[in-house]
Design a protein around this ligand. Structure first.
Ligand SMILES: *Cc1c(COP(=O)(O)O)cnc(C)c1O
Length: 239
């Protein structure tokens, strides 16, 4: 099988696994649909094009420059998601390129995005990354700081909060992610219920190759899958 066909086949497998996980839901309405983001960092544009040809409509990248380079070839027919940490000096470019920024993790960053979006005459859709597991190695807002950042975001005219993103710790037994995903879903529901009508809370971005099925069972409606679609990343290529 060619590499391109392989990518198409794997996408079908991931989609089938997502649908199966959706029907296993116990705490979450099964009918809530799930969108698949193909995470393409460190993969070449040829692989991305194969994924797009196989029906992928959402692309996830974690570095701004890499996305800008690839977008020159691929254009904007797909939705671009920034899933990696965003440095304030890259905000201007990020706002130009990305439809949804998943990784807002500080007040300062939220304010910078708002300023850049205003200059572009754009309202930037964002998710706040929550570090519910309190891992020091990861970015994301701690639970006790969340209310303040949400209140500030609500006052910023050129960013629109659309939900939350989280990354689960890399547990040896993937089942250990479940309570965290469940707590994230509860938080998502709570904020949605109390959000001002200017907000548009709709996305809960959680789940990667090793844990997306559990994430979907627990209420994720955006999953970010790289390895299961494209295989291992080739960091040596330096793309
Ligand atoms: C790389 C990455 C993913 C995809 O990881 P895989 O294990 O390859 O599926 C998802 N989310 C974030 C934030 C990432 O950086």
């Amino acid at each position: 099988m060619s590499d391109d066909m392989m990518i198409g086949t794997r996408i079908q497998e991931v989609r089938a696994a997502i649908e199966a996980a959706r029907t296993r839901r116990t705490h979450v309405p099964a009918e809530t649909p799930v969108e698949l983001i193909a995470v393409t960092k460190n993969h070449p544009v040829e692989a991305m094009q194969a994924a797009i040809d196989a029906g992928i409509m959402n692309i996830g990248e974690n570095r701004v420059q890499e996305a800008l380079d690839k977008a020159q070839t691929l254009g904007r027919a797909v939705k671009w998601h920034l899933i990696g940490h965003l440095q304030t000096n890259k905000v201007k470019h990020a706002v130009r390129q990305f439809d949804l920024i998943h990784s807002v993790d500080s007040l300062r960053l939220a304010r910078e995005i708002d300023k850049a979006a205003e200059k572009l005459g754009k309202v930037q859709n964002i998710l706040v990354q929550v570090n519910l597991a309190r891992e020091e190695s990861k970015s994301g807002v701690y639970r006790e700081d969340l209310d303040e950042i949400l209140a500030v975001i609500d006052e910023l005219p050129s960013i629109r909060l659309q939900g939350f993103m989280c990354i689960a710790p890399n547990y040896e037994d993937v089942e250990e992610c479940r309570p965290l995903f469940r707590a994230m879903y509860e938080l998502f529901q709570q904020v949605k219920a109390h959000a001002p009508h200017t907000a548009d809370i709709r996305y809960l971005s959680m789940g990667m190759t090793h844990d997306y099925e559990i994430a979907v069972e627990e209420g994720a409606n955006l999953v970010r899958v790289g390895t299961a679609i494209f295989g291992a990343r080739q960091y040596a290529l330096g793309v």
